[in-house]
Design a protein around this ligand. Structure first.
Ligand code: ADP
Ligand code: MG
Length: 345
């Protein structure tokens, strides 16, 4: 008999919905992160990836024994989330991805089903019309009319989970999470897997937002292409040992430095361009801070490279300081949570 079902039993869902009140959700190309709950800012996350294998009773039993989260769709089993990485390496497979460049991946037929299963595995059911703020990218190359679709599909799914769902710009969420002491004035930047997102905010109001479809995935695939190594291997080297403050000592690291610099320079030039062409910006007479977040901002030396790019060639506004978010991987989710809390109170 064929059936559709999702097993999510291994993910901790110890948070008690009665105490939550508001939820923040970062729906990223690489990871889905939830913040909120009685433990305050503790965040739960799942990799936004999956691996499919043909269904058999035996395989299903093994997944259950190993407490892996999976989704069954008729004749196929899909291991998703954090387990997908380990599972993919068993089978020497590259995990599939529900999203690409910040939005639902049009080339992935299972994308919507899997992203829903991933969200359900970390987000508890909402009480009637409880508020959930989820991150959405800003407009940019590759993210334009498809943003409308992406947001609408997520919103309607989150409504079926019992929430009133509201989209919050990802860069603005970073401002909410990290610039409380600056009255939510400054530049929030999230450098993730599929894209970089930027928001210039004044007193919590987004004045300028945009996205760039170049980030961690772009670095991985570009490096893999020029050094002829599998993308997964390049990504692991990058995540485990890349130090951008030191001279590269082999081919892979040199290529990582080159593409990191390209992403940073493109981001800074786009920011300059957007400032120069924007008419609705108020006159900024004070220096503002820049906060960098997202997994791609994690390697040592990223901050310095970013500062160098800002300094060389000048910048249309004065920058007081550039800093890395307190926890780069959860900043967007925490900011979405703050946005939701501020409306509930
Ligand atoms: N320690 C690290 N060093 C370098 N890159 C990292 C590190 N940790 C995660 N990444 C990269 O960050 C990206 C994911 O960042 P994240 O903020 O989770 O993205 P998204 O918003 O797209 O879900 C991936 O490209 C991943 O390889
Ligand atoms: Mg993100």
């Amino acid at each position: 008999m064929e059936e559709n079902k999702t097993m999510t039993s291994t993910v901790e869902k110890d948070h008690d919905i009665a105490e939550i009140g508001a939820v923040g959700l970062d729906v990223g190309t690489s990871r889905v992160v939830m913040a909120g709950g009685p433990s305050g800012h503790k965040a739960f996350s799942q990799l936004n990836a999956f691996v499919g294998v043909p269904y058999s009773k035996m395989t299903e039993a093994i997944l259950q024994q190993n407490k892996m989260v999976y989704h069954r769709n008729g004749k196929e089993l899909f291991v998703f989330g954090n387990d997908s990485e380990r599972f993919a390496s068993f089978f020497n497979a590259v995990p599939r991805r529900p999203m690409q460049h910040g939005v639902l991946n049009p080339q992935e037929p299972m994308g919507q089903q899997i992203i829903q299963a991933i969200i359900e595995s970390i987000v508890p059911r909402g009480r009637k019309n409880e508020l959930l703020c989820f991150s959405a990218p800003g407009k940019g190359e590759g993210a334009d009319t498809n943003l409308v679709y992406h947001e609408a599909v997520l919103r309607s799914f989150l409504q079926t989970l019992g929430y009133e769902a509201k989209a919050v710009n990802e860069g603005l969420a970073v401002v909410f999470a990290e610039l409380q002491n600056e009255n939510f004035t400054g530049i929030g930047i999230s450098c993730g897997g599929g894209m970089c997102n930027v928001c210039v905010a004044f007193l919590s109001v987004p004045m300028l937002t945009f996205s760039l479809p170049m980030a961690g995935d772009y670095i991985d695939s570009s490096v893999a292409g020029v050094v002829d190594e599998p993308v997964t291997r390049v990504r692991l080297i990058k995540e485990e040992s890349l130090d951008l403050s030191r001279q590269p000592k082999d081919k892979v690291t040199s290529a990582l430095h080159i593409y990191y610099e390209e992403v940073i320079n493109s981001l800074v030039s786009k920011l300059r361009e957007e400032f120069e062409s924007s008419r609705q910006l108020p006159k900024i007479d004070r220096a503002v801070p820049v906060v960098l977040s997202g997994g791609t901002a994690k390697p040592r030396g990223f901050l310095h490279k970013f500062e160098t790019a800002i300094k060389s060639g000048g910048f249309p506004v004065q920058i007081s300081d550039v800093r890395i978010a307190s926890d780069p991987l959860t900043a967007t989710a925490r900011g979405c949570y703050i946005a939701a809390m501020s409306e509930v109170r």
